[in-house]
Design a protein around this ligand. Structure first.
Ligand code: HEC
Length: 224
């Protein structure tokens, strides 16, 4: 639950100032509470906010959102799996990544990647007390890319798809390689002189790779 809640909080903070807080928003929240106080659960199930007077129109529900454009979808329509077969061309170094990090990432993740609690996770740091997955029993110990992530390729995938939070998809592939190199070297996973590209990134083995197992549970409450 923690992650979705965090995202929701960030979106509210980030978008609150420019969200269309006018008629659409207030009409939706007023009618929703009327619907809720009106009572029975079956009526709530049939409830169509778009059908109320002043609402956006029958079937239009809350009248929020718009269809994603092809260009917007294509910014996220790529998957780089653990083997890294889909990694794109390009290359970058930790030094280049450090400069980018300062401009694009430090405001949220801290100048040294130490994170800003409670919303922005720590990215850098190998707290000795937390090694060996001890944050699993003591959540106060930080888990970071170095002491937690199973694959280096998915660090690239995550940054390319999701960061910076306010403009996902805005980084070039070379910039993502550079930022990945910076984060991996600062976490003591690769040498800081290493040039990261598709071939070299595929070779990187994360320290705690073997602590992860495939989740092949089949719909029952098996604890692995
Ligand atoms: C506006 C704030 C913001 C900016 C700027 C930002 N991030 Fe993030 N980042 C977040 C938040 C919030 C999360 C947690 C998202 C979640 O847990 O779902 C996150 C998560 C991450 C993670 C995953 C951490 C983990 O271990 O789960 C990585 C890696 C990351 N960011 C890298 C970057 C990089 C690289 C940049 C710069 C290009 C960047 N971020 C810029 C807010 C930001």
């Amino acid at each position: 639950m923690r992650r979705p809640l965090m995202i929701a909080a960030v979106l509210v903070v980030g978008l609150g100032a420019c969200a269309p807080a006018g008629d659409g928003g207030s009409a939706a929240s007023t009618t929703r509470s009327e619907g809720a106080t009106a009572g029975a659960a079956d009526r709530v199930a049939d409830y169509d906010a778009g059908a109320v007077p002043g609402g956006p129109g029958k079937g239009a529900r809350f009248g929020l959102g718009r269809a994603a454009s092809v260009a917007q979808v294509s910014l996220m329509d790529h998957d780089i799996g653990p083997e890294g077969a889909e990694l794109p061309a390009g290359r970058g170094t930790g030094r280049e990544g450090a400069a980018l990090y300062a401009v694009q990432c430090a405001a949220c993740h801290g100048p040294k990647g130490e994170g800003i609690a409670p919303l922005f996770p720590q990215l850098i740091g190998r707290e000795p007390a937390a090694e060996d997955f001890r944050f699993a029993t003591d959540p106060k110990l930080p888990h970071t890319i170095g002491n937690y992530w199973p694959y280096a390729t998915t660090v690239f995938d995550y940054i390319k798809r999701a960061m910076p939070l306010t403009a996902p998809g805005s980084l070039t592939d070379a910039q993502v390689y550079a930022l990945t190199a910076f984060l991996l070297s600062e976490n003591g996973v690769i040498a800081d002189s290493m040039i990261l590209d598709a071939a070299s990134l595929r070779q990187v083995r994360m320290p705690y790779r073997d602590r992860f197992v495939p989740d092949d549970r089949k719909g029952t409450l098996i604890v692995k």
